[in-house]
Design a protein around this ligand. Structure first.
Ligand code: ADP
Length: 268
C-alpha cells in the first residue's frame, strides 16, 4: 500500500485540511516482481549453454582440434548446446507473440480424431524406441472443432513430448477426446503412466521456467516453457487447461476448447 499525504492550506488560516491518498500497489508490485524474475531466468537459461559453448571452443583451440575423436565429441556438445539455445529463443518468441496478442488465430474446422492420430504418428518413432504404447480414444461421432490447427498441434506436441520424456520405457500414453454435456466444449486429454509431479509443485507448474527438477528437464532437452506456451495457446482459443498428477503413478493434462468460435470468427 502506498500512502501519500498532501496538506491543504488556506491563506491566512494555516493548514486547514489534508488529502490522503491510499494506493494499492500490490498488483503492480507483483507484476514488476515477476517481470524481474522472468528476465533473470531468461538470462540464466541463455548463459548456461553459452558458457558451455565457450569452454568447449577454448578446449578445441587449446589443442583438442589435433585429436579427431575428442574434437568430434566437443563439436557434438557445441551443436547440442546451440540447438538448445535456438529452441529456447524460438519458445520465447512464440510466448511473446502470444502475450502481445499478435498471434492472430487462423481457425479452421478440424477433425478431432484425425488430429489426435496425427500426433501419435509424429511421435511413433519415439514411442517405438521407448516401448511406449500409445492410444487414441474418442467419443463416437465427435466430429470437428474450429481451431488454429498449427497452434493446437504445437500444444499437443508439447504435452505428448512431456508425456514421453517423463514416462519410463514400456509405459502408456493415451490421448482422448470427449464433449461437454452441452456439447459446446471439447475436452482433450493427454495422460501418461510416468513419474508424476509432486503435489506441492502442481499449482506452479504452468509458470514460465518452473520445473520440478531443473537438471533433469535440461538433460531431456526441455526449456521449461512448454506448459506456459500450452496455457497461452488454450487461452487464446477461449479455453482452459488443468493438470492432475500423482507421484509415481502418472500425469493427466486436460484442456477444453469451444467447439465453435463465433465471436472471433466473425471479426476475421
Ligand atoms: P520442460 O521443457 O522442462 O518439459 P514444461 O513447461 O513442458 O517444461 O514442463 C514443466 C515441468 O513440469 C517439467 O520440467 C516437469 O518437471 C514437469 N512435467 C511436465 N509434464 C510432465 C509429465 N507428463 N510428467 C511428469 N512431469 C511433468
Amino acid at each position: 500500500l502506498r500512502v501519500s499525504f498532501t496538506p491543504v492550506h488556506r491563506r491566512g488560516e494555516g493548514m486547514t485540511g489534508s488529502i490522503v491518498v491510499l494506493q494499492d500497489v500490490t498488483e503492480q508490485e507483483k507484476l514488476e516482481q515477476s517481470r524481474r524474475e522472468f528476465v533473470a531466468n531468461v538470462s540464466h537459461e541463455l548463459r548456461t549453454p553459452l558458457t558451455t559453448i565457450k569452454s568447449y571452443v577454448e578446449a578445441l583451440d587449446d589443442g583438442a582440434l589435433e585429436e579427431p575423436q575428442l574434437a568430434e565429441r566437443f563439436v557434438g556438445v557445441i551443436r547440442d548446446e546451440s540447438e538448445r539455445m535456438i529452441r529456447l529463443v524460438t519458445d520465447l518468441l512464440h510466448l511473446s507473440r502470444l502475450d502481445s496478442k499478435q498471434a492472430t488465430l487462423r481457425k479452421q474446422p478440424t477433425d478431432i480424431v484425425e488430429m489426435l492420430e496425427d500426433v501419435v504418428d509424429r511421435f511413433s518413432f519415439q514411442f517405438r524406441n521407448r516401448g511406449i504404447v500409445a492410444k487414441v480414444e474418442a467419443e463416437d461421432g465427435i466430429g470437428n472443432v474450429v481451431i488454429d490447427r498449427d497452434q493446437i498441434d504445437q500444444l499437443l506436441d508439447n504435452l505428448v513430448s512431456n508425456a514421453v520424456k517423463y514416462t519410463p520405457d514400456g509405459g502408456e500414453v493415451t490421448l482422448s477426446a470427449s464433449l461437454s454435456e452441452t456439447k459446446q466444449m471439447v475436452h482433450l486429454t493427454v495422460k501418461d503412466t510416468g513419474m508424476g509431479i509432486p503435489k506441492k509443485d502442481l499449482e506452479r507448474i504452468f509458470e514460465r521456467f518452473y520445473r520440478v527438477d531443473k537438471a533433469r528437464s535440461r538433460n531431456m532437452g526441455g526449456t521449461g516453457l512448454g506448459l506456459s506456451i500450452a496455457r497461452e495457446i488454450v487461452r487464446a482459443h477461449g479455453g482452459d487447461i488443468r493438470i492432475e498428477s500423482e507421484w509415481n503413478v502418472g500425469t493427466q493434462v486436460t484442456f477444453s476448447l469451444p467447439m465453435t468460435f463465433e465471436g472471433s470468427e466473425a471479426s476475421e
